[in-house]
Write a protein that binds this ligand. Sequence first.
Ligand SMILES: Cc1ncc(COP(=O)(O)O)c(C=O)c1O
Length: 390
Amino acid sequence: MKKTNWRFKGNERKYIDEVLASGFKAGADGAFTTRLEALFAKKHKVSYAIAFNSGTTTMHAALLAMGCGKGDEVLTPALTPLMCGLAPYYTGATPVFVDVDEETFLMDPCDLESKITRRSKVILVTHMYGGVCNMTEIMKIARKYKLQVLEDCAQCHLGRDDKKRITGTIGDVGSWSFENSKQLTCGDGGIITCKNKRLATHIRKLGGLGFKNLTAKSGRVRTDRDKLQNPNWDRFEIIGFNYRMNQMAAAVALAQTERAEKFISLRRKMGLAYTKTLRGSEFLIPQKVLSGYYHTYYTFSAKYIGESRGVSWSDFRKKYISYGGDGIYAASKLQHQEPAFKNNKIGKGKTPTAIKLQKMLMNFTTNQSSKKERDVQINALKKTLKYFGE
Ligand SMILES: Cc1ncc(COP(=O)(O)O)c(C=O)c1O
């Protein structure tokens, strides 16, 4: 038997074998995409889930189905990877950058409201680092201005707010990524959830090359042979994209989704251990979790304030690594700072808090599989803090 990474010791291999045995039943009900969609929808208590090939193409199709196009504006937090602005840009809409809250590092509802214009169409909220946005305030604003809400949960599988609502099911559409660093992965992949049948049908058609037979529930493109094997049969109803998830990826994503709670609980254990270690620290302030919210710790993000004690961001990181800690990641540049947007003058909106925070954040890894591995990180952190005099 070949060695298997600890993350894939569920049904991953078994399901991959089934795909090979079945000869890629693409487009058939009973295929792994269908099974993944059924389980994902059940876990999120929604009617529809639609598998995609990434967590960027999910957002592109969702925004198109929500009616975004040239002249429209999509409100997106500045402190997110570029994909949150790329998806609106692909539709022809303008990404409008919203500032983040200094403590939660997430979309600031006050700044959001101040940036709404007649052109605003969709609020794209991103539950960054596994933290859950203030959805009560954001949904209030959405209702007040009659805007649709797309929740980007690429970094937040099964997060919850204080009302126990699951991330991705509070707004109109939820979007996830199964890219290889995510809580659940199949290498690359994505999925959409949606409660509205018309919207779900449109999203599936957009991501499925516009095939006429696709429905909100089913990715089956074939019909009975007499219709299909007929020169007069129309196949393509709308202009769509080939954003479908393949069966191999779906087999792995299904096995991962079966064990979602286990993966989240491991990430939470690591996140909570960092939190405990940093209580009262004068070097790092953890991302604030709103009262009653359930953080999923895709990463453990903290604001580095050790510069005021004469220790630079990079010296702290180097020392942490020298004590056996994993590399600490910086926050990716703000959308408008990335050359792809900056050089092409894409997007608008001032975000002073995000500009300040982006340079301060330290993101610690949370993908440890055991207490032993977690202890290595915690010991490295404790030693680093002690070394610098805490
Ligand atoms: C917050 C966020 N949104 C969207 C994406 C896009 O997902 P994908 O890489 O699957 O396209 C990612 C990650 O990669 C992400 O971290």
